[in-house]
Each structure stands twice: as structure tokens, then as C-alpha cells.
Design a protein around this ligand. Structure first.
Ligand SMILES: *Cc1c(COP(=O)(O)O)cnc(C)c1O
Length: 349
């Protein structure tokens, strides 16, 4: 194996979607969030696998991503765009039958004037202060907007990964206050919100990270494995150092493996001198700095010279690796670089 290989288990992604779907009532639709190239795993392949598993509705961040997903899925499944209807998006939205989630009066005006009768949704801000209309704005335009028949009203939770956080109940109450009595399907929850319980589910849920095996969906199956080939092995005497800035010094005679993969591949520099790679079930510490294309690993304790070392796999999930770099699984996944050979596993049922 000459190059680093990222294995992506489409069967596991489909199984995670089904598992999340089972967590809500039968009349709650479970969509699939495939923004950021399906969290780095390949939007076209992932969307097709999820459509096969039964997903009928997909969410992306922007119209360009919607175009890629439409090309992969063909006509039929609904593709919704979180950023709404931006200037310059009109043709793409129309030609590819995308459904923008309108975030502001500006977007509402643009959409209803340029594409009257074209499906749209509404995004409300219930406290996150990121996207969507706030209560006063919504109150001013709701009657007018509802006449144009939005097909979804959604909002997003800021703290759903912390079940006890008071923000969850506050946003739930605000969502009710802004939408009760309106006869339009509603959506409040991503992965974290699904796990908060049925009062957060409404008509449609929008899981992303849980599909890809990340926390907070603890019951999810891992979906990625990443093996880095060993390019070279070398022996160090006591006192010799490794890599940039001499950030690690051998305190005993050591064998160091240099593997293909570095921060340009999304293997964060913060992993240097902190994270481990795995030779089967034996952990091997990263020693020294992570370089752009290379990582150095202490393999002194291995009985056999390794040909490759695993950085993601059964021994180390994206969240384990994230913890070593003080970040979250989302950032590890979406950072996975363009140089890996992506190998898809599919069809084992
Ligand atoms: C990213 C995103 C989601 C999916 O969130 P996860 O935490 O990955 O499940 C859902 N809704 C909105 C608005 C998002 O931005």
C-alpha cells in the first residue's frame, strides 16, 4: 500500500441512519445532513447510500453542495439548503430543484420575487444567534410568508450535546412560542436533539454527525478507518531528537517509524507528542511534531516492523483522536484530506 487509505463504511452510515430513525416516532421523518462533503466522507456516495436506506430528504450548507447531491441522487429526493437563497443562487435553486431555508426578510423577498411558487422553508433563530429570523422579525412577516406556503419551519439547538443545559428547554419553549398553531411541518433537532427525547422531534429531524459515527450518538457504529503506510524506519541512540524543533528526545535506544500523513491531510498539528497510532491492538505514540506530510511514531516496543499504522479504526474513533487534539469529532472528520485514497465499503447488507 503506497498511500494512506481512508476506508468509509457506507453500510455503517446506513445503519446509523436507521438507528437514528428508530429513535423518533414513525410519523417523524428522519432527514440526512450531508453538508461539507458529508462531513468529509464524500457527499455523492454517502447520499446515494442513505437514499437507498430510505432517506428522502437531505440538507446541505450551500447551493453548490446541493448541486453535487442532486447530481448524485437524480430527481426525487428533497435537497434543502441551510444558507437559504443567496444572491446568485437563483438559477441553481431552480434548475436543480433545491429548497432554500430562508433566513431573513431579504432572502424571503429575493425568493418570492425571483422564484414565485418554488418550494422553500423558513429558518428561525430561537437563541443561537447564527442563522434565521428572530421572534420580532418573524412576527412581522409570518402572516405574509405563510400565504406563500413554506414546506418546513426549522430552528437549531445551540447546546443539544449537553442534555442538562438550560438552553435546550429555553429554545424548545421559544420554538413553540414562534410556531404553535401554524400548520406547517416543523424541525428543531439535529443528532443531539434527537437524543434529548420526543418533545424535541416535531415532524422532521436532521441528524449529521450521528450518521458518521460521532458523538453524541454513542450507540452509532464507527464509519471510518485510516491507515498510514510506513515510509521508513530508523534507530535512534539515547539523546537523539526527532523532527522539527527537536520536540522529542530519545531517553532509550528507540525505533522510529515515519508514516505518510500530516497536517495537510487533516491530522492536526496538535496531535504531536500527544496522540497514538495503532499496530493492530498495540498503541504507538506519536513522537515530535506532526509535519505537513509526515508523522513520526515510536515503534520500539513492537515485535515486528510495521508496514502501516492505523490512526482511525476499531482502536481509536474520531472522538478519541479529537480528544487528543482538544477538538471534536466533527473537526477531525471534516478535516480528512483530499490526498487519501477513499475506499468505500458497501453491500454487506
Ligand atoms: C450541521 C447541522 C445539522 C446537523 O448537526 P449534527 O450535530 O451533525 O447532527 C442540523 N441542522 C443544522 C442547522 C446544522 O447546521
Amino acid at each position: 500500500m503506497a498511500t494512506a487509505t481512508l476506508s468509509i463504511d457506507l453500510d455503517a452510515i446506513a445503519a446509523n441512519w436507521r438507528a437514528l430513525d428508530r429513535l423518533s416516532a414513525a410519523d417523524t421523518q428522519t432527514a440526512a445532513v450531508v453538508k461539507a462533503d458529508a462531513y468529509g466522507l464524500g457527499a455523492a456516495r454517502v447520499a446515494r447510500a442513505l437514499a437507498q436506506a430510505g432517506a428522502r430528504r437531505f440538507f446541505v450548507a450551500c447551493a453548490e453542495e446541493g448541486a453535487i447531491v442532486r447530481q448524485a441522487l437524480g430527481a426525487g429526493p428533497q435537497i434543502s439548503v441551510f444558507s437559504g437563497h443567496m444572491a446568485g443562487d437563483t438559477d441553481t435553486i431552480y434548475d436543480l430543484d433545491l429548497t432554500p431555508m430562508l433566513n431573513s426578510l431579504d432572502q424571503i423577498t429575493r425568493h418570492l420575487e425571483s422564484l414565485p411558487g418554488h418550494p422553500f422553508g423558513i429558518q428561525l433563530d430561537t437563541g443561537m444567534n447564527r442563522l434565521g429570523m428572530e421572534a420580532a422579525e418573524w412576527e412581522a412577516v409570518a402572516a405574509f410568508v405563510l400565504k406563500a406556503k413554506p414546506e418546513l419551519i426549522m430552528s437549531h439547538l445551540a447546546c443539544a450535546d449537553a442534555p442538562g443545559h438550560e438552553m435546550n428547554m429555553a429554545q424548545l419553549a421559544e420554538f413553540h412560542a414562534m410556531t404553535d398553531g401554524i400548520d406547517v411541518p416543523r424541525s428543531l433537532s439535529a443528532t443531539g436533539g434527537i437524543l434529548l427525547g420526543p418533545e424535541f422531534h416535531f415532524d422532521l429531524t436532521r441528524p449529521g454527525i450521528g450518521l458518521y459515527g460521532g458523538l453524541p450518538f454513542e450507540a452509532g457504529q464507527p464509519t471510518v478507518a485510516l491507515s498510514l503506510p510506513v515510509i521508513q524506519l530508523r534507530e535512534l541512540a539515547i539523546g537523539e531528537t526527532v523532527g522539527y524543533s527537536c520536540a522529542w528526545t530519545a531517553e532509550a535506544p528507540s525505533q522510529i517509524a515515519t508514516v505518510q500523513g500530516g497536517y495537510a491531510d487533516g491530522l492536526l498539528r496538535a496531535l504531536g507528542n500527544r496522540a497514538v497510532l495503532w499496530a493492530g491492538d498495540v498503541p504507538c505514540p506519536i513522537v515530535g511534531r506532526v509535519s505537513m506530510d509526515l508523522i513520526t511514531v515510536d515503534v520500539s516496543h513492537l515485535e515486528q516492523a510495521p508496514r502501516q499504522l492505523d490512526i482511525l479504526g476499531p482502536q481509536q474513533t474520531v472522538d478519541d483522536l479529537a480528544a487528543s487534539a482538544d477538538t471534536i469529532g466533527y473537526e477531525i472528520l471534516t478535516g480528512l484530506g483530499g490526498r487519501y485514497v477513499r475506499r468505500y465499503i458497501e453491500g454487506r447488507g
